[in-house]
Design a binder for this molecule. Structure first.
Ligand SMILES: NC(=O)c1ccc[n+]([C@@H]2O[C@H](COP(=O)([O-])OP(=O)(O)OC[C@H]3O[C@@H](n4cnc5c(N)ncnc54)[C@H](O)[C@@H]3O)[C@@H](O)[C@H]2O)c1
Length: 363
C-alpha cells in the first residue's frame, strides 16, 4: 500500500527534491530555488559528480541515490531522469506519499503509464506530467481564441542534440504538439497516418503525421531533430478565425472576419486590382481584422513548476494530469508504430520488384 499523500500544512513551506539534474533537471532545481515558500531538500543524480556540481552551484544538498529517508523529508519531487527510468523513480516517490512532476514523455510504454496512474490514484498524491507547452505564454495567449478548430498545423524542427536519442522524435519532440492538439480539439482521434525516417539515431529523427478527429478536425504534425535551425510553429484554423503562433519568436497573430463579412459580397475584380497594386496585406485588412496577441514574458518552466506546487500543496487537479500524459503517449506510440510498419513494408518491397504498397502518407 502506498503511503498517504504528504502535503504542507497551511503556509508551511513546501519541501521538494529534483531527481536527475542533467540538461533539463538542473533548470527545475534552479527555478525551485528562485520560488518563494519552497525548500529544496536536495538534488539527486546517479552521476554523483553531476549531483555535486549542481548542488554546489545552487547551494543545496546533493545525493547520488534516492532513499525512503530522503523522500520522508519532502512533499513533492520533479522526475527529470531519462524516460526509461521514469516509471521506477516516480513509483518510489509515490509509494512514500510524495507528489510527482514526471517529465514528458510520462513513461516509455502505455502499460507503465497506466500502472503509474493507478498507483497515484490509489495513493492520492498529485501526478503531473511535464507537457511544458501548456504553460508557454504563447499557448496561454492563444487559448481563449480556440473555437472548435477545423484544421491545425504544427512544425517542431530542431538541430541534433545528441540527447534523448534512445527515444524517437515522436516521443521526444512531437509529443509536445500531440498534447496541445489533444487539448485544443474536443474529440477523440478517429484515424491517424504517419511517415518518418532515421537519419543519425537508432530511432526516428523525422516524423510527419496526420490525425483525424471524430469531430472532423484534422491535425498535421511534423517533427525533426536533424535540422540546421530551430523552428516551432503552430497554425490553427477555427471556422471563423485563424491563429498563427511562433514559439521561438514568442508571438501570436489572430486573424478573423470583420463584422458583417459576407464572402458572397467579395468583389473579385476589386480584389485582383488591389492585390496587383498593393500586395495581399491591404486586401486582407479590408475583409479581415488582424491583431497581435499579448504574449507575457514568463518562463514556461516557472509557470509549470508553480502550477505543480499549487496542486501538490492543495490537492487541486493538475493542469496536465497523468491521464493527459497517457493519452499523449498512446497517440505517439500509434504514430511510431505506423512509421515502423510503413518502413517495414517499404523494405519488403524494395528489392522484390513488386508494386509498392498504396501510399497513405500525409501530404
Ligand atoms: N519538457 C521538455 O521540454 C523536456 C526537454 C528536455 C528533456 N525532457 C525530458 O526530461 C528527461 C531528462 O532529459 P535530459 O535531456 O535532461 O536528460 P539528461 O541525460 O541530460 O539528464 C538526465 C540525468 O538523470 C540522471 N539519471 C539517470 N538515471 C537516474 C536515476 N535512476 N536516478 C537519478 N538520476 C538519474 C543522469 O545521470 C543525468 O544527469 C527526459 O525524460 C526528457 O524527455 C523534457
Amino acid at each position: 500500500m502506498p503511503k498517504p499523500p504528504r502535503r504542507p500544512e497551511g503556509k508551511e513551506p513546501i519541501h521538494v527534491l529534483v531527481v536527475g539534474v542533467g540538461h533539463l533537471g538542473k533548470n527545475h532545481a534552479r527555478v525551485y530555488t528562485e520560488l518563494e515558500g519552497v525548500v529544496v531538500e536536495g538534488v539527486v543524480d546517479s552521476n554523483a559528480e553531476n549531483a555535486r556540481e549542481i548542488g554546489e552551484r545552487l547551494g543545496v544538498p546533493h545525493f547520488s541515490s534516492l532513499t525512503p529517508e530522503l523522500l520522508s523529508r519532502v512533499h513533492a519531487a520533479s522526475i527529470v531522469t531519462p524516460t526509461p527510468t521514469h516509471a521506477d523513480v516516480a513509483s518510489q516517490c509515490i509509494e512514500e506519499g510524495v507528489s510527482v512532476l514526471v517529465e514528458k514523455p510520462m513513461t516509455s510504454t502505455s502499460e507503465q503509464a497506466r500502472e503509474l496512474l493507478a498507483l497515484a490514484d490509489e495513493s492520492g498524491v498529485t501526478l503531473q506530467v511535464g507537457h511544458i507547452e501548456r504553460f508557454n505564454p504563447v499557448v496561454i495567449a492563444a487559448h481563449p481564441f480556440i473555437r472548435d478548430p477545423v484544421y491545425i498545423e504544427c512544425d517542431r524542427i530542431h538541430p541534433f542534440s545528441f540527447r534523448s536519442v534512445e527515444t524517437s522524435v515522436v516521443l521526444d519532440l512531437m509529443i509536445h504538439d500531440i498534447d496541445i492538439a489533444l487539448n485544443f480539439v474536443d474529440a477523440p482521434v478517429a484515424h491517424l497516418e504517419a511517415v518518418g525516417a532515421r537519419v543519425l539515431s537508432e530511432t526516428e529523427d523525422l516524423a510527419s503525421a496526420r490525425l483525424t478527429f471524430e469531430n472532423g478536425c484534422t491535425v498535421m504534425v511534423k517533427a525533426s531533430r536533424v535540422a540546421i535551425q530551430k523552428s516551432r510553429k503552430m497554425r490553427i484554423f477555427n471556422k471563423d478565425s485563424y491563429l498563427s503562433l511562433d514559439y521561438i519568436a514568442k508571438t501570436g497573430m489572430l486573424m478573423g472576419f470583420k463584422p458583417g463579412f459576407d464572402p458572397s459580397q467579395i468583389d473579385i475584380q476589386e480584389m485582383a486590382k488591389l492585390e496587383e497594386d498593393q500586395g495581399a496585406y491591404p486586401l486582407f485588412t479590408k475583409y479581415f481584422s488582424i491583431e497581435q496577441l499579448h504574449v507575457a514574458s514568463d518562463e514556461p518552466l516557472k509557470n509549470e513548476l508553480q502550477s505543480f506546487l499549487l496542486s501538490a500543496r492543495t490537492g487541486r487537479e493538475p493542469v496536465v494530469t497523468g491521464s493527459h500524459g497517457l493519452q499523449a503517449i498512446e497517440i505517439a506510440l500509434q504514430i511510431q508504430d505506423k512509421i515502423r510498419e510503413q518502413q517495414r513494408l517499404l523494405e519488403e518491397h524494395r528489392d522484390s520488384g513488386e508494386a509498392l504498397p498504396e501510399d497513405s502518407s500525409p501530404e
